[in-house]
Design a protein around this ligand. Structure first.
Ligand SMILES: [Fe+2]
Ligand SMILES: [Fe+2]
Length: 207
């Protein structure tokens, strides 16, 4: 799974950042499965619950940000005529990851003070599903997305992608949610303005 990025290990370019996110995600998934397994076997300690909470935070912030890197910086720069269904497939898989992470959060939030093996098994089942989904996804990106990026993107594209990724980590690039909310507000403003402009009653009373 590793080694598809020519062995870069610094955050010096977009490929290195993507690789480092993938490797960290795999480590976090290992942590999650280990901790969820301990709860499912009735051997949970506070450290296992802390580990699950940390991985959930990671999934909701860092992994979500990594997917924003791909959806907002990488995918829009790829020529859809040359990538076939790859981008659609990866985007749909991101949606599935978010759905599973949300389910995981719900199950974890409903844990009793001393979680039972049944509660643990339920968490482990979703964690295993998420693990399988992410690992297949990462393989697809390492095997197909990265070569496609190398083929299709210019040095300028890659430099802009890196800069957007770095800004996203400094909080300078709007996340997808903020962007969606911003777009919705802008669209509401446009609709309101449009209604005003086309509404004779309203325009009469404006003048
Ligand atoms: Fe992805
Ligand atoms: Fe990725």
């Amino acid at each position: 799974m590793g080694g598809k990025f020519n062995g870069r290990n610094k955050r010096s370019d977009a490929f290195a950042m993507l690789e480092s996110c993938h490797r960290r995600l795999e480590q976090r998934l290992d942590d999650l499965l280990r901790a969820a397994g301990a709860v499912a076997r009735g051997r949970s300690r506070a450290t296992h619950l802390d580990a699950i909470a940390e991985v959930l935070d990671y999934l909701e912030r860092a992994a979500a940000r990594h997917e924003a890197d791909e959806e907002e910086s990488v995918f829009p720069r790829l020529d859809k005529r040359k990538t076939g269904r790859l981008v659609t497939t990866l985007t749909n898989e991101h949606k599935m990851h978010r759905k599973l992470a949300k389910k995981l959060r719900t199950v974890f939030s409903n844990f009793t003070a001393e979680p039972t093996t049944t509660e643990g098994a339920s968490l482990l089942r979703i964690a295993s599903e998420l693990d399988a989904a992410y690992r297949g996804h990462i393989d697809l990106e390492d095997e197909q997305l990265v070569p496609v990026m190398r083929d299709l993107l210019s040095a300028q594209d890659l430099s802009e992608i890196l800069s957007e990724m770095q800004n996203r980590r400094r909080g300078r690039v709007q996340g997808s949610k903020e962007r969606r909310n911003g777009n919705r507000r802008a669209s509401e403003r446009r609709n309101t303005d449009g209604r005003r402009a086309s509404d004779p009653y309203s325009s009469r009373h404006r003048s």
